[in-house]
Structures are given as C-alpha cells and as structure tokens.
Design a protein around this ligand. Structure first.
Ligand SMILES: NC(=O)c1ccc[n+]([C@@H]2O[C@H](COP(=O)([O-])OP(=O)(O)OC[C@H]3O[C@@H](n4cnc5c(N)ncnc54)[C@H](OP(=O)(O)O)[C@@H]3O)[C@@H](O)[C@H]2O)c1
Length: 298
C-alpha cells in the first residue's frame, strides 16, 4: 500500500496543491526540489524537503529512500531547450531510480493530446518520451493527461491587460487544481489506477477568451483583454534572446492548430469526477485574493 510519497516538483503551481491534498489525506509526503531555499519559503516546516535535480541522476536515489511512490510534476517553464532535458530525461532518470528502488508506483502529470508519437513539437515530444519512460520502467505507473488548469488564467494578466496570443478558436475544458489533486490522491490508493493513462477533463468547456472574460469580469473588472497576433509574437521572439518567448510562441501555435481531444475513459469512476465549475473557482479565487492579496499574486 502506498503511504510514503515523494513529490518531484511539489513547489510548482500544480504540484503544490497535490502536496497539500496528499498531506490532508494522510500520506507521508516528501518534496524534492532543486531549490531548497525557495522550497523552504513555500512550505516552511510543514513537509519534509529534500534536495535533488532530475538532470543529475546521482541526486535522485537518496530522495526516494523509504518511499513507496513518486509523483512527478516537472515543467521546463516554456524553455524550448530544456523540454527534453527536464521533462523527458528528468522523468526517465526518476523512472530508472524508481525501478532500482522497487517502488510500488510512479505517477506523472501529462497533457491531453500527448498521443502523437511523431509530433515535431518539442513540448509534446518531450511529454510523449516521458510517458514512454514511465510505461517501460517496470514500476506500476499512472499517467494523468490533463486538460487546461483554471490556475493558468491569472498568468495571462499583465498590469491592466490580459494578453491572448493568436485566435485560439478551440473550446478547451478547464479543471481546478483541487479537483485534480483529489484524483491523484485517489489514484495512489487504488490498484485500479495501475498501468493506466487517464484523460482528465473539467466540467466546463470554453475558449481561452471566454474563460478569461469570465475570470476578469469577476476578479479584474478593469482589465481589458487584448489579442496579440501570432505573427507579432513571432517577430518579437526573433529579436529576443529569451528562449522562453520562443517556447511560449511554439506552445500557443500548437494550441491554435490542435483542438482538444475528447477521450472517454473510466477516470470518473476510478479517480472521482471534476466538481468545480470555472465560475465557482473564480468566485473562490476572488475571495482568497481579497483576504490574502500577496499569496495570490505570488
Ligand atoms: N497549466 C496547465 O494548464 C497544464 C495542463 C496540463 C499539463 N500541464 C503540465 O503540468 C506540469 C507542471 O506544471 P506547473 O505549472 O506545476 O509547473 P511549475 O510551476 O513550473 O513547476 C515545475 C516544477 O518543476 C520542478 N523542477 C524544474 N526543474 C527541475 C529540476 N531540474 N530538478 C528538480 N525539479 C525541477 C520545480 O521544482 P523546484 O524549482 O522546487 O526544484 C517546480 O516545482 C507541466 O509539465 C505542464 O506542462 C499543465
């Protein structure tokens, strides 16, 4: 039975709520970070922290000592050069050590649409390769291919504007990190989630613009939504030295041209359904922001 869980990337936007949920559900949680000082600022002494860098396999065995499972929440932060190093090779390194340590489970967040084995897009191909590493490592695995998270919406706001890049015409489904965290926790408790790839959809389906309109109307009524054409971002990225900008452009181009696949599987029955609507999440976000503006801004 899984009790001791190592969360890699537990300081992340989507890793943090998973850590909180696992702790609340009674798991013994250890968070691995490659930035101990920042992790201490985030968690204080509420969880056990351990240093490790997924790009350096020698640092990964000790964090997994006495663990039953590892949950992976890695992100290359739109940096095109590190998609493969961090998300693919990092996951592969963890999978190898998890097998050496004979862990009971390895689980990982991935994305809806990560099913194109030949995708030329580095964001997708790194995730495809990471998923393959988990499936082939010999440790019972659980992969969560997730739709878009509601927590991404505040990232569009800069000053008094929300920037929408491209037309982004496709409706996508939106999930709250709290709902997803409950699913991860349930998955680690049941053998029914072993060797499964789940497709996680939220209950609302709307375009990014529609979601931003709803979010801004409630939380930032003075923020105007502006469209930035892809060609303009492309031009800006040519003159920019920041590889994140190229990564972001590539990412938005991908979603401009690919609609979200709708895959029905038994995730609702095994993991529990998504419960939070975008409207409810937005209302909660606003309440939290009124109470603790600094935490939300972080
Ligand atoms: N946002 C969405 O709507 C959405 C939808 C589907 C899937 N996803 C996927 O969800 C994943 C997580 O997203 P997120 O927003 O939580 O990312 P995030 O906030 O950027 O967090 C990423 C985590 O990765 C860790 N990390 C990075 N490099 C590392 C290294 N070399 N060694 C060890 N840890 C490292 C960081 O931990 P430390 O800095 O503490 O080491 C950080 O906690 C991404 O792969 C994303 O593509 C997101």
């Amino acid at each position: 039975m899984v009790n001791n869980v190592l969360v890699v990337g537990g300081t992340g936007m989507l890793g943090y709520p998973v850590v909180r949920r696992l702790c609340a559900d009674g798991y013994a949680v250890r968070v691995m970070t490659h930035n101990l000082e920042r992790a201490r600022r985030i968690f204080g002494d509420t969880v056990s922290l351990v240093e490790g860098n997924v790009t350096d396999p020698q640092t990964l065995s000790e964090p997994m000592r006495n663990c039953d499972a590892v949950y992976i929440n890695l992100s290359a932060k739109m940096d095109i050069d590190s998609y493969d190093t961090v998300e693919h090779q990092g996951a592969a390194n963890l999978a190898r050590i998890a097998a050496e340590r004979r862990l009971e489970r390895i689980a990982m967040i991935s994305g809806l649409g990560v099913d194109d084995e030949d995708s030329p897009h580095p964001y997708i191909s790194a995730k495809v390769a990471a998923e393959r590493a988990l499936r082939e490592c010999g440790v019972p695995y659980t992969i969560f291919r997730c739709c878009w998270f509601m927590e991404s919406l505040p990232l569009y706001i800069q000053g008094n504007k929300a920037f929408l890049v491209g037309k982004q015409p496709h409706p996508i489904s939106w999930i709250a990190a709290t709902d997803y965290s409950a699913m991860v926790s349930n998955a680690l408790r049941t053998d029914e989630a072993i060797n499964k790839t789940f497709h996680i959809h939220g209950i609302d389906k709307m375009t990014i613009r529609e979601a931003l309109e709803l979010f801004c109307a409630e939380v930032y009524p003075n923020v105007a939504i502006s469209s930035l054409p892809l060609w303009m971002l492309s031009l800006m990225s040519k003159f920019s030295r920041r590889s994140e900008m190229k990564g972001f452009l590539d990412f938005m181009k991908y979603f401009e041209h690919h609609s979200e696949p709708v895959v029905t599987d038994d995730s609702d029955r095994i993991l529990g359904p998504a419960l939070t609507s975008l409207r409810d999440w937005t209302v909660e976000y606003k309440k939290h922001m009124d109470k603790e503006p600094e935490t939300v801004a972080k």
